[in-house]
Ligand binder design. Structure first.
Ligand code: COD
Length: 322
């Protein structure tokens, strides 16, 4: 089994080198990459839903992780039984209160028992507050931001979106950190010089549309070397970011237009709607993690299915190992 994975990955590497492709182009390749890494320990707060438990069961069966489950033991047992997950291998820490369970799951990483943490059936704000905890959190002084990896059937490679989940209405300064965090994640997945589209509704600056001003400022900062590791351009409307035809028709001169890897959304609602529209109407699989903390935090929407959650675990593992 292990040998066949290694052969699969070396074939993939040869293909990448021959075709100039990215190392990881979809979620199957992401899972394969996570599988060749040594098993990691993941702590999880409030794993009470069948999709989360199913994802953990599959991740353990595939040798991705060992797990520390933190939450109400009775609820964990019930959810585990629903998906036929036997709890004999995993460690269970019995804490009924959601905020305390979140803090304990994060503390397990803080004290070195786990390599990364995952959010279960609790709100994003609850796990983020634990990550930001002064004594037991995972603060680095950097801004925390969320990066989603998108496996879209119509795309030939993985794409990324940021920040649909944490920073509500980021300032220009915060957007610099959000872009830099997303570039780091793209690097961890083997995208060498990712192209970042700072999204707006149009491709020219307009004082009445603040997103266009921030996008232009970010592109300028990138040109001046203040944002590094990727190419940033904007403002770009979504069609200009993804379609070479739209780029050509509108006469846009940009290295990013038509071929963006990362979409920077101007504020949380844009990202949240895009995330859910892609999930519900474009058969997109989405995995996501919080960047900017000492280790990644695997975080998907509570309503996401087990495939998205399994891939978020794989993503957390790959980034934690990077
Ligand atoms: N990165 C780093 N530090 C931060 C961040 C951040 N993104 N946000 C706050 N902090 C630090 C502050 O500097 C301060 O020291 C401390 O944390 C508390 O700051 P507050 O009082 O502004 O923050 P909180 O605790 O009220 O909220 C922080 C959240 C990240 C929880 C908040 O931004 C939030 O609720 N975001 C939206 C999450 C959400 O509901 N998403 C829904 C879509 S899935």
């Amino acid at each position: 089994m292990e040998n066949s994975i290694r052969v699969g990955v070396s074939n993939l590497l040869i293909e990448v080198l021959q075709e100039g492709k990215n190392l990881i182009n979809d979620f199957d390749e992401l899972l394969a990459q996570a599988e060749v890494l040594e098993v990691s320990t993941m702590s999880i707060a409030a794993p009470y839903d069948s999709d989360t438990l199913k994802a953990i069961k599959l991740a353990e069966e595939r040798g991705l992780i060992e797990t520390i489950l933190v939450g109400d033991k009775t609820r964990i047992r019930e959810a585990a039984a629903e998906v036929g997950y036997k709890l004999n291998k995993a460690e269970v820490i019995n804490i009924a209160d959601d905020s305390e369970a979140a803090l304990e799951a994060v503390r397990q990483v803080h004290i070195g028992n786990a390599a990364f943490v995952m959010k279960g059936l609790i709100s994003s704000a609850t796990i983020l507050k634990a990550v930001l905890h002064q004594d037991f959190g995972l603060r680095t002084g950097q801004l925390l931001s969320y990066v989603a990896a998108l496996d879209i059937p119509k795309s030939d490679r993985l794409l990324f979106m940021t920040d649909p989940a944490i920073n509500i209405k980021p300032s220009l300064e915060e957007k610099v950190d959000i872009v830099q965090n997303s570039i780091s994640m793209a690097h961890a997945l083997g995208v060498k010089n990712p192209k970042v589209a700072a999204l707006a509704a149009i491709e020219i600056e307009n004082e009445k549309m603040p997103a266009t001003l921030d996008a232009a400022a970010l592109a300028k900062m990138n040109a001046e070397g203040k944002i590094t590791g990727g190419i940033v351009d904007g403002p770009l409307a979504f069609d200009n970011a993804v379609s070479l035809k739209a780029k050509k028709r509108k006469g846009i001169k940009s290295e990013v237009a038509g071929r963006a890897d990362i979409f920077l959304v101007p504020y949380i609602e844009v990202g949240n709607v895009l995330y859910k529209a892609l999930t519900y109407y474009a058969d997109t699989k989405i995995a996501g993690i919080v960047m900017g903390a000492r280790t990644p935090v695997a975080m998907s929407s509570r309503a996401d299915d087990h495939v998205n959650k399994l891939t978020s675990i794989a993503l957390g593992k790959v980034v934690a190992n990077y």
